[in-house]
Design a binder for this molecule. Structure first.
Ligand SMILES: C[S@@+](CC[C@H](N)C(=O)[O-])C[C@H]1O[C@@H](n2cnc3c(N)ncnc32)[C@H](O)[C@@H]1O
Length: 240
């Protein structure tokens, strides 16, 4: 899949950042990237049955249409889109990834998007997000640390991480309407691991396990697979 933009201000593509986010996204049927920009999370993650990208900038949307085949691109305000979700909720289990332009006062860089949110719009966004909080919707919201988000999203799980930005290392917040301990399954395991080393170790182990598995006689592979699935099912029942 071609990258819509080689680099994108505020994009979530830096090493460690997109992995941290994807490792908090639970299984879903419908994925909505609300302030899409370079659509980093959608591009790096396994597709859902239905995929939607929203950005208010028409030039960004044109590029997304060119590059992101099979994704529905909506040139609309993310806030309006979310308000409409309240009126016409989807029956599909939906994960919303919400990465708005951050509050001006929290930013180090003077860079600006063609379309920005004024503080009142941040409040409007947070009010809609809180209303969308129900068991059918997983909501993930990014921001730089700020009381406005903390106050509105009281009771939500807060995951803090460091991201590499053009202005250097920055602390970012990822709010979720479910607790980290409720993540018993992931939508995409490709980026599993808390850091580069751990991810590399997992990949190596996976490769070794698969090689060993491939060397077993076919019928034994089938039996082992059945046992593993049974064990997996038992563990999931226990975790419920
Ligand atoms: C932080 S960037 C998103 C970066 C993206 N997550 C990525 O990894 O590439 C914010 C995006 O929000 C868009 N935007 C600004 N105001 C908007 C609005 N009201 N509704 C939807 N999109 C908006 C901007 O055009 C910009 O692309």
């Amino acid at each position: 899949m071609e990258k819509p933009f080689e680099t994108y201000f505020g994009g979530k593509g830096s090493q460690g950042t997109y992995q941290a986010i994807i490792n908090h996204i639970r299984p879903h049927q419908r994925f909505v990237e609300v302030f899409a920009g370079n659509a980093t999370i959608s591009r790096k993650m396994k597709r859902a049955d239905e995929n939607i990208l929203i950005d208010l900038n028409p030039t960004v949307c044109e590029r997304l249409v060119e590059c992101m085949e099979g994704y529905k691109v909506v040139n609309q305000s993310g806030i309006e889109f979310l308000k409409n979700e309240l009126i016409n909720p989807s029956l599909l289990k939906t994960a919303y990834f919400i990465d708005p332009p951050y509050l001006m006062e929290t930013r180090k860089s003077a860079n600006q998007y063609e379309f920005e949110l004024i503080p009142a719009e941040h409040e409007e966004l947070l009010q809609v997000a809180v209303k969308l909080d129900n068991p059918n919707n997983d909501l993930l919201i990014c921001t730089y640390p700020h009381d406005l988000y903390k106050d509105y999203l009281k009771g939500w799980f807060l995951y803090e991480y460091q991201s590499t930005t053009r202005g250097g290392l920055a602390t970012e917040w990822l709010f979720m309407n479910y607790h980290e301990s409720d993540i018993t399954d992931l939508h995409d395991y490709t980026h599993l691991g808390g850091g580069h080393r751990e991810r590399q170790l997992y990949r190596k182990k996976m490769k070794r396990w698969l090689e060993n598995f491939g060397e077993l006689p076919q019928l034994f592979q089938n039996q082992l697979l059945a046992e593993l699935l049974k064990e997996h099912q038992i563990r999931r029942e226990v975790m419920k």
